[in-house]
Design a protein around this ligand. Structure first.
Ligand SMILES: Nc1ncnc2c1ncn2[C@@H]1O[C@H](COP(=O)(O)OP(=O)(O)OP(=O)(O)O)[C@@H](O)[C@H]1O
Ligand SMILES: [Mg+2]
Length: 365
């Protein structure tokens, strides 16, 4: 999968921008605050319809403008034009000028894998961040995942509100709770199996990649879930056992909304024992593992965005990482400092320099 060109109108600090990209490496260089992340953010939004750094879509519209538009031609066997417009009236997505009314029908079309500095939270933060990461990645691979997830969340909400009713009203029917529980289990099993499969695929790739970057062996990811290795009957019993507690608390305490994954290096949790560098490289190894998984399942490589990755790493690690990227992976790399990259080793790249709200392609000898 390749993004040929990009057109931005009133996006972040860009009033108007038109760029043609290289099919392999694209370096985006510039000083702090110039708009490097803004540029790759627009590609991410075109894929997932949401930003990775804000939940407020209006911040994406250039100050004093009323709407923003991101448009690109993307090649995935055939060349299609994708666009997204954001304004006060809402968000509009189009493929080849035709409006796609449901965002969930649009989202799995363009695949992007992003590393951003805040991804280090995937190891350090609370489980909800890791679940969000799983949801984003799996929904790009599995067309039904997002719909099922929305269904699941809705069911948990319904169950929680019914639990509250039961707390107040002792005559409330148990049958209705059982129906909701049963639906939650069906949907939850679908989601849990998808997550389990994804983690298992990650594990088939991640330790070799980590080894290639760091020379360390023994990285793997453990999937932790109430649903792991459970049958529908077993789960139903589990929900029954926690029914009283659930009614007391007014919420569903069992389920995949409590799932977590653990990064383990030689049996020790990276969250609790790992160094900063080990944590960073584990995340990068995971992203590169995801690329392999995408290729295995979709027979196409996703677009890779590495935002400010290199400021975290020494020259050797950077060389190792670029060495792991094959020529079919279109990659966008933002950096303030091109000195860390040995361009002599590379032959196929474009360099874009960002300054004063403009971007120009430059040649370095
Ligand atoms: N809606 C907007 N309208 C105008 N300018 C904006 C808007 N949103 C963000 N900006 C500007 O964009 C700039 C930040 O751009 P960006 O985050 O892409 O920088 P960067 O080049 O990635 O910097 P760094 O190297 O520090 O990561 C800031 O100057 C900010 O004021
Ligand atoms: Mg940035």
């Amino acid at each position: 999968m390749q993004i040929r060109d990009l057109k931005l109108v009133n996006f972040r600090n860009y009033e108007r921008l038109e760029l043609e990209f290289n099919s392999y490496l694209n370096f985006i260089i510039g000083q702090n605050g110039m708009g490097k992340t803004n540029l790759v953010e627009s590609i991410y939004i075109l894929s997932l319809t949401k930003s990775f750094r804000t939940t407020n879509d209006f911040t994406l519209i250039k100050h004093n403008a009323l709407k923003t538009k991101i448009e690109a031609r993307i090649e995935n066997i055939v060349l299609d034009k994708y666009s997204i417009t954001i304004s006060k009236e809402g968000k509009n997505v189009k493929i080849n000028e035709k409006k796609v009314s449901r965002l969930s029908d649009y989202i799995s079309k363009i695949s992007v894998i992003l590393f951003s500095p805040s991804d280090l939270r995937i190891i350090k933060d609370t489980p909800s961040i890791r679940r969000k990461m799983l949801n984003i990645e799996i929904s790009q691979l599995n067309n039904s995942y997002l719909k099922k997830l929305q269904e699941y969340n809705q069911l948990v909400k319904q169950r929680n509100s019914y639990l509250k009713t039961m707390y107040i009203n002792a005559n409330a029917s148990n049958e209705y709770l059982d129906i909701l529980t049963s639906k939650i289990i069906d949907t939850g099993l679908f989601l849990s199996n998808a997550r389990k499969k994804f983690v298992s695929l990650l594990n088939q790739n991640i330790s070799d990649i980590f080894l290639n970057i760091t020379n360390d062996i023994g990285l793997n990811i453990i999937y932790n879930s109430d649903y792991n290795d459970m049958t529908k009957e077993g789960l139903f019993e589990l929900y029954k056992k926690s029914e009283e507690r659930d009614i007391m608390l007014g919420k569903t305490t069992i389920g995949i909304h409590h799932d977590d994954i653990i990064f383990s290096l030689n049996g020790e949790s990276l969250k609790d024992y790992g160094s900063e560098g080990q944590q960073k490289n584990a995340i990068i190894a995971m992203k590169l593992a995801e690329i392999n998984i995408f290729y295995q399942l979709k027979k196409t490589y996703p677009i890779l965005i590495l935002d400010d990755l290199f400021s975290e790493l020494d020259k050797e690690k950077i060389e190792n990482i670029i060495g792991l990227l094959n020529h079919n992976i279109q990659t966008f790399i933002t950096t303030t400092d091109l000195d860390k990259i040995n361009l002599d080793l590379l032959e196929d790249y474009k360099i874009f320099k960002v300054s004063n709200e403009e971007v120009e392609e430059v040649n370095y000898e």
